[in-house]
Design a protein around this ligand. Structure first.
Ligand code: CU
Ligand code: ZN
Length: 212
């Protein structure tokens, strides 16, 4: 009996394998209620689904690769139309923006902080999305507003296209750096990188970024 009692606690130590530790808990729990609860010492933290930091080659499921399509509305009396596709990548959010019926030249483009394009002049979208309180800059500048996308160049045919990645941004619901719930604004003039918002003039296009 003594020999049996001295062996049993060792056998009941939690195994690294959760299945076997469960079996041991079931097998040992009723026959041997010694002092120590078996719950505390082990707890090999189950992989949190949101923690992809160490999973380098994780398949692109629901965690990575979120994608949102955005339709742009004309604002401030413009006849602009366009759309954007936002895709989560390892670096941040890739923004592919296409516009039509705009005046040739460069036009500032930003993600603004409020996903509301209801105002005729686009003012309802608020200021540049800037969760880290950085100064404004072009994409070549660092630091800058998270929503600073630089300029889209429109050709003689009135169409323009850019593809730009916003590093550190994402498309998660409720995340402080998420573009979801914000708005894409295209301006009448070029963003010159100046403070506070690049001197890009009025807002000729606006698109609300909604959860997919
Ligand atoms: Cu803007
Ligand atoms: Zn800015």
């Amino acid at each position: 009996m003594n020999a049996l009692r001295s062996k049993t606690p060792r056998l009941c130590l939690p195994s690294l394998l959760s299945v076997s530790s469960l079996l041991w808990a079931l097998a040992c729990g009723s026959s041997h209620q010694s002092g120590e609860p078996a719950a505390s010492p082990e707890a090999p933290a189950p992989e949190a689904p949101g923690d992809a930091s160490s999973a380098e080659a994780a398949p692109t499921g629901s965690e990575a690769g979120r994608k949102v399509d955005v339709a742009l509305q004309a604002k401030s009396g413009s006849s602009l139309s366009g759309n954007a596709t936002l895709t989560e990548t390892a670096e941040g959010v890739k923004v592919e923006l296409t516009i039509e019926h705009a005046l040739p030249g460069e036009h500032g483009a930003h993600v603004h902080e409020t996903g509301d394009c209801s105002a005729p002049d686009g003012s309802s979208a608020g200021g540049h999305f800037n969760p880290s309180s950085h100064p404004h800059a072009l994409p070549s500048g660092d630091p800058r507003h998270l929503g600073d996308l630089g300029n889209i160049e429109v050709g003689p045919d009135g169409t323009g296209k850019i593809e730009v990645v916003a590093p550190g941004a994402n498309l998660k619901d409720g995340d402080p750096n998420s573009f979801v719930g914000k708005a894409i604004i295209v301006h009448e003039k070029k963003d010159d990188g100046g403070q506070p918002t690049g001197n890009a003039g009025g807002r000729i296009g606006c698109g609300e970024i909604k959860s997919s």
